[in-house]
Ligand binder design. Sequence first.
Ligand SMILES: NC(=O)c1ccc[n+]([C@@H]2O[C@H](COP(=O)([O-])OP(=O)(O)OC[C@H]3O[C@@H](n4cnc5c(N)ncnc54)[C@H](OP(=O)(O)O)[C@@H]3O)[C@@H](O)[C@H]2O)c1
Length: 313
Amino acid sequence: MLPAMADCPQTSLVAVAGRSPERARRFADRFGCDAATMEGLLERADIDAVYISLPPSLHGEWAARALHAGKHVLVEKPIATTAAEARTVVELAADRDLVLRENFMFLHHPQHEAVAAMIAQGRLGELRAFRGAFCFPPLPEQDIRYVPELGGGALLDAGVYPLRAAAMLLGPGLRVAGATARVRRSDGLDLSGQALLVSPSGVLASVEFGFEHTYGSSYSLWGAGARVTVDRAFTPPAGYRPEVVLEEQDHVEKFTLPAADQLDRSLTGFAQAVAAGGAAASPGETRWRQDAVAMMELVDAVRTQAVRVTVDG
Ligand SMILES: NC(=O)c1ccc[n+]([C@@H]2O[C@H](COP(=O)([O-])OP(=O)(O)OC[C@H]3O[C@@H](n4cnc5c(N)ncnc54)[C@H](OP(=O)(O)O)[C@@H]3O)[C@@H](O)[C@H]2O)c1
């Protein structure tokens, strides 16, 4: 994010903060900005907005602290670790008329608009099912994703992507019908999982997630008339030209779309929202906040309903 912030015409990077002053200084020097303590950064009058890339268990707390300090907030996904915590921070942003967005970069990639256009044009017919997956290989042992107290686990790290994609394409009101999880014997941390959902209009959705697989980041939407598949759904690199595949009974069409930098688009969209002002009142910003809470409600439901199998890991 820091190279993107340094390059973005709408943002200027003022300071970075961390727990260790030396580390923050080394980082700041690389990007030509100041180093600060986390508390000190929030006290600065020359900072309008903060980007929070802490481990998930610290997102809600530091987003709230930043909002109390009058800063707009771009917080990494997930916005919090529970729906209750998400609601608290979202209400705070609305009360203080500050922009609060969760940094789901994939939502900013135009490949999903191409899929939405196919749905709107009736190319898929009536929708029947959504399938989404985000899985990747194991990470280094000391990674924050393996620390339960820091909000680790596959659901909060990877599962949120296909859940959010299902909500993006099927709309609000998804309900969780069931879930499974492979949890580590030593501490119950979820290494992978699945969930079944149903939309208000009866579209069925299934999602898979985990960090004990080969890489996969895709979704498909299956209708009565055709199925569309997006293969690099969540992490397409900036230079990558996405392929969206439409399969009908006897006909397959491949659409190669222009490359897009979703990271830059997420950052620019946030900066534009800050510059526009009136965050709480704008329908677009209200939607960002509502969607963030709705996703955490799904996360809570998946967690509650998951049938757990204990594995060595
Ligand atoms: N949107 C995306 O595409 C995307 C991609 C990757 C990650 N993420 C999200 O970004 C967040 C951070 O992930 P990451 O992979 O960047 O993690 P990371 O490299 O481990 O960075 C987390 C940073 O938080 C700071 N920190 C503060 N308190 C900490 C604590 N108690 N324990 C450990 N670190 C602490 C550390 O900086 P100091 O040591 O300097 O304090 C650390 O460098 C997560 O929410 C993750 O889901 C999003």
